[in-house]
Design a protein around this ligand. Structure first.
Ligand code: HSE
Length: 312
């Protein structure tokens, strides 16, 4: 733990993330250039404390103790023995959300990371980045979204047990990430519950080899490897029951020149990696598939974020 320095207003910016990258289920993740912002200040009068949400989720997110951002702040206060000192009413909280909720873009990780970083700063920066990330994984349940939210870039998370996560950062790819988000939410729990609890050895071996190939693609900037490297047999085939157009979206993106495409996290967003010159066409092709199903979409042409969550 580091030495304390007191701080009363905190602003934090946290990136969206995409987990799995195809085969790297619960292991690989990357942060993207789409951000939520949080501002927390000490409320002079607890009776006038405000919790405001702007942007995504403003109408539906709870603005009370049930909010996962607050729960993450509270977890830090408990860990640092400051929970007698602070309650929700101690703060004015303003959250500006650009990451769509329950869309496979790490909105819950972003909220938790923002809460942890803000609370740690309020307590005088006692926790290291590693300690904050560790707490984030504990709250989130799996590391592949929240680790890149903290560390930035493309991350391999290695769960050592006992809440210890080793992180390997791969080089930041200088390619675009085209995200196509349909206008419906898919709860991560539902998308995880559809997965089997046991797998055939050949499917596991298939995925291990693709993860190795994928790390090679990112380490050598050989993005032509991605089409094969992003193949998966342990979550996407099962989740296709929830998103029947999944393969059509992948095929459309590849046809328009994407290096590869996959489900983003637990879905329902899909993500394609490509050169800048192909991005617009890929976004349109993916949106068109959903349009045929009369599902509206949002598309984002993003870069890989380098820094992860930052104080601003
Ligand atoms: N690896 C997780 C999943 C990411 O695919 O369920 C969702 O947070």
């Amino acid at each position: 733990m580091k030495k304390a320095t007191m701080c009363k207003t905190v602003k934090v910016r946290v990136p969206a993330t995409t987990a799995n990258l195809g085969p790297g289920f619960d292991v690989l993740g990357a942060s993207l250039s789409l951000y939520n912002e949080l501002e927390v200040s000490i409320a002079e009068d607890p009776k006038k404390a405000k919790f405001v949400v702007a942007g995504e989720g403003r109408k539906i997110l709870p603005k009370d103790e049930r909010n996962i951002l607050w729960k993450a702040m509270d977890a830090v206060f408990m860990l640092l023995d400051q929970n007698d000192k602070y309650s929700l009413k101690s703060f004015n909280i303003k959250l500006t959300n650009n990451i769509p909720l329950s869309s496979g873009l790490g909105s819950s990780s972003a909220a938790r990371a923002a809460g942890i970083i803000a609370a740690n700063q309020i307590c005088g920066n006692k926790m290291t980045l590693g300690e904050m990330a560790q707490l984030g994984v504990k709250l989130e349940g799996h590391p592949d979204n929240i680790i890149p939210a903290f560390y930035g870039g493309v991350c391999v998370s290695i769960n050592q047990g006992n809440d210890v996560i080793d992180v390997i950062k791969l080089p930041i790819p200088k390619i675009k990430a085209v995200v196509c988000t349909p206008g419906f939410e898919l709860a991560t729990e539902r998308s995880r519950n559809i997965l089997p609890s046991k797998y055939d050895r050949k499917d596991v071996v298939f995925n291990i080899s693709r993860v190795a190939l994928l790390t090679k693609a990112f380490c050598t900037n050989d993005f032509k490897l991605l089409q094969e490297a992003m193949q998966d047999k342990i979550h996407q085939p099962y989740r296709a029951k929830l998103i029947p157009v999944m393969q059509g979206l992948i095929d459309a993106a590849v046809k328009e020149g994407a290096y590869g495409a996959c489900l983003s996290g637990a879905g329902p967003s899909m993500i394609a990696f490509c050169d800048n010159s192909k991005a617009e066409k890929i976004a349109k092709a993916m949106a068109k598939i959903w349009k045929k199903e009369t599902v509206p979409t949002k598309t984002f042409i993003l870069s890989f974020d380098k820094n992860g969550a930052e104080k601003i």
